[in-house]
Design a protein around this ligand. Structure first.
Ligand SMILES: *Cc1c(COP(=O)(O)O)cnc(C)c1O
Length: 300
């Protein structure tokens, strides 16, 4: 499915970033954040196949789940509007009744939003019965699925065989699974977990992989969550400005700031061998900053 509102030509590889060591390591960043303001970064890739499948099955409504600041929710709303199909979002937490910028945007793209309590949000099958019907195509929370991962394989269109390492942020693990599936045998995928203490995350990734893909080279690191999902202590915010001043890389506070900070720190600590060539995946998400950062002045 091609459409001009997504401009893949805007994607670019920004060279020689984030390496503040004396190690001989080339670090580049794949700027997927430039694809589209709302359907930015990996969300475009993750939505490609599920939406195509829905249309194929004659289902005219995409319905999915997410939190009040979810990039996945607003991206789904925008993507569906563009392709002329309906969208429904089941949103965790009644406090979200006080609309975030993200929810306002989703609503402005025509998404029908249902706010449910944290308790009922856990009962996905019940919610599907309550809010859906047979014309709905359901997408998992955060887009977690093999179909989503299939789309993320396309990210390798910008990564050639000279790269030894690919590093990405990990939420549901869908993008990481796609990257693992597409990687060559000598390429290692390192994921930076943005959730606190979620050691089981690697199993979520594995569940999306075939047996052969599971044997490839990959790992998830748990040292860069900065206190947990969407937590953004002042040092992180200050680092985001520094990263922008030094490298002209705008990052979001949930995923890519923690990713880029992690890469810089890992290089310093000698995690990557001399001679490594690293591609960092800028998976987008910048739209969330305006909802979440109120009292701090970002430079971008
Ligand atoms: C959704 C998102 C991720 C996480 O992707 P998963 O496939 O859920 O792991 C990473 N970065 C950004 C900017 C995102 O919006």
């Amino acid at each position: 499915m091609q459409n001009s509102f997504i401009d893949k030509h805007k994607v670019f590889v920004q060279k020689n970033v984030l390496n503040e060591s004396n190690f001989n390591i080339e670090t580049n960043i794949l700027r997927l954040d430039t694809i589209n303001n709302v359907v930015s970064g990996n969300k475009f890739f993750k939505l490609l196949h599920p939406v195509a499948a829905a249309i194929n099955e004659g289902k005219m409504t995409i319905a999915t789940f997410g939190g009040a600041y979810s990039n996945h929710i607003v991206a789904t709303a925008c993507y569906c509007k563009e392709f002329g199909i309906n969208s429904v979002g089941i949103i965790r937490g009644e406090e979200a009744l006080h609309l975030s910028d993200t929810m306002n945007d989703a609503a402005s793209f025509g998404m029908k939003l249902h706010y449910v309590s944290r308790e009922s949000f856990k009962e996905k099958e019940q919610l599907k019965l309550q809010y859906g019907n047979e014309t709905f195509y359901w997408v998992n929370e955060g887009g977690y699925s093999r179909l989503g991962a299939e789309g993320a394989k396309d990210i390798f269109d910008w990564i050639d065989e000279t790269y030894t390492d690919i590093v990405c942020a990990v939420g549901t693990g869908t993008m990481m699974a796609g990257l693992i599936a597409a990687a060559l045998p000598h390429q290692k995928i390192t994921g930076i977990c943005v959730l606190k203490g979620y050691e089981e995350q690697i199993n979520d990734v594995k569940k999306l992989l075939t047996n052969t893909e599971q044997l490839k080279s990959y790992t998830i690191l748990h040292d860069y969550h900065f206190g947990g999902y969407a937590k953004h202590p002042l040092p992180l915010l200050e680092w985001m400005n520094e990263c922008y001043s030094k490298y002209e890389i705008p990052t979001d506070l949930i995923y890519t700031s923690k990713l880029c900070f992690g890469v810089q720190d890992l290089i310093k600590k000698g995690y990557f061998p001399e001679g490594s060539k690293i591609m960092v995946i800028h998976s987008g998400g910048l739209q969330g900053n305006s909802s979440l950062i109120k009292k701090f002045e970002l430079l971008y």
